[in-house]
Design a protein around this ligand. Structure first.
Ligand SMILES: Cc1cc2nc3c(=O)[nH]c(=O)nc-3n(C[C@H](O)[C@H](O)[C@H](O)COP(=O)(O)OP(=O)(O)OC[C@H]3O[C@@H](n4cnc5c(N)ncnc54)[C@H](O)[C@@H]3O)c2cc1C
Length: 428
């Protein structure tokens, strides 16, 4: 059967999708796959742009497993890996706590977000996986492992791309519920680019979206409020619907003809983008509404001190299509072997194309962006469309060989290793 990811840039065939309801079913499925020489990929909501789940015989989806959400203490959660982040965040909010940081989408599963190193826009916070204090998974032999921060392999199994096994349960450390205020400003290049380094450091949350052809950016600066406030965030404003309509009706023609890139981005600023201040709980304030607005996204982690220089290079590309180049915030260094922020304070720089039906062919603008980033000291984000296959990943992930050895240990029959992942990781 035909399967696609969320953005529909990965299109592949699978024999079937299994929806196990119990841990025993997961074990049995894995052991049967080993016996029948089938490849399994655990999947969440398929929100990654990369071929992480392509070329598998069986997709293993945990959405029929019971959604366990259990407070172990006032600042410690145990949850099943297949729980959607929005559900988890609402639950935490009801218990007056929160993750310290999130990405800008909450439709993914927590298992998927942890496994790919999902991050938010703050140099004061690490990737989401860094809040994991214990993880339970079923390996490629059908054996269960519970690994916590006392285990030397802990930093290898949090960001693991579904290669060590099927993660079934995750424990997370939390902070008291956070309320944010974010100022959004439309700015010209000279109003914000000279201050990138300073602003990344000065604001707890900082991200900016620079639109090609018009040289205007939406600059976001945010901080945690001391007292809780009501939410001023709504995804149901008429202008949001119109934005979706404009994007979906104009994009296909603009991208196909290569004409009107400037006019398209100009229109977005004329009709929709304006200075504004939003306030609300972290899981609302940092999250955007992507429903009906598919995008294609490549993104790299660059060293914090080179961020402005690399951004300027990415901005100077002659993009044939209307794009925005995003500084998706800083990310504090961590110790996760496969994290792009491994032992390095980083800044995420991405290129975003509003998606018309591109299928699996990479738009020219993303190709140019990727080609440029491949020449920089830039580590690819696992979930973003970075053309990993054509990169020397061992240069960017110093612990890659150790990770691959551990992978072999947990998955000696290669039941989770697809041909697409073999190409990316250069495994024979
Ligand atoms: C609109 C949009 C906005 C986004 N914003 C951000 C952002 O702000 N920051 C950011 O860093 N990323 C962002 N992402 C990327 C997203 O966070 C990742 O792609 C994330 O992995 C998606 O989770 P998922 O549940 O869809 O996982 P999938 O895409 O289904 O799977 C991702 C990987 O995780 C593995 N996996 C999934 N579940 C399990 C499990 N239970 N056990 C073992 N392995 C598992 C899969 O095998 C696969 O390798 C965004 C994506 C979209 C579409």
């Amino acid at each position: 059967m035909r399967q696609t990811n969320w953005a529909e840039n990965q299109i592949f065939e699978v024999e079937r999708i299994s929806y196990p309801k119990t841990l025993l079913e997961i074990k049995t499925l894995i052991q049967a796959a080993v016996k029948n020489k089938r490849i399994i990929r655990p999947v969440g909501k398929l929100h990654s742009w990369t071929p992480l789940c392509n070329d598998a015989s069986i997709l293993l989806n945990l959405s029929n497993m019971p959604d366990e959400l259990c407070m172990l203490s006032s600042r410690h959660l145990k949850c099943s890996a297949g729980v959607e982040i929005s559900k988890m965040a609402d639950f935490l909010y009801q218990h007056d706590c929160s993750l310290p940081i999130m990405g800008d989408c909450s439709a993914q599963t927590i298992g998927g977000a942890v496994s790919t190193g999902t991050h938010g826009p703050s140099i004061y916070h690490q990737i989401v996986a860094n809040n994991v204090t214990a993880i339970k998974f079923i390996d490629g032999k059908g054996e269960t492992h519970s690994i916590d921060d006392k285990n030397p392999m802990f930093n290898a199994v949090r960001v693991s791309l579904g290669l060590m096994g099927v993660v079934t349960e995750i424990e997370l450390s939390l902070v008291p519920a956070k309320h944010l205020q974010i100022e959004i400003q439309v700015q010209e290049d000279d109003e914000w680019i000279p201050f990138i380094e300073e602003d990344l450091q000065r604001h707890e949350f900082y991200f900016s979206y620079w639109y090609s052809h018009v040289n205007l950016a939406l600059v976001h600066k945010g901080h945690t409020l001391e007292t809780a406030v009501g939410s001023s965030i709504s995804n149901t404003e008429p202008q949001d619907e119109y934005l979706t309509e404009v994007i979906s009706s104009l994009c296909p023609a603009v991208y196909k003809s290569g004409v009107g890139a400037k006019e398209f981005n100009e229109l977005l600023f004329k009709l929709f983008f304006r200075n504004q201040t939003i306030q609300g709980p972290l899981h609302k304030a940092l999250v955007a509404d992507w429903q009906g607005r598919p995008i294609l996204n490549a993104e790299y982690f660059v060293p914090k001190e080179k961020a402005r220089l690399i951004f300027e290079g990415a901005k100077a590309i002659d993009y044939p299509e209307p794009v925005f180049v995003a500084i998706r915030g800083g990310i504090k260094a961590d110790d996760n072997w496969m994290s792009p922020a491994y032992k390095r304070d980083s800044v995420a720089i991405g290129c975003v194309v509003f998606c018309s039906p591109f299928g699996s062919e990479m738009p020219r603008s993303l190709r140019l962006f990727n080609d440029f980033m491949h020449q920089c000291d830039a580590r690819p984000q696992w979930a973003k469309w970075c053309d990993h296959e054509h990169m020397d990943l061992s240069k960017h992930f110093p612990k890659l060989d150790d990770f691959l050895k551990l992978r072999e240990h947990y998955d000696p029959h290669n039941v989770f290793l697809t041909s697409a992942l073999r190409k990316i990781l250069k495994v024979n």
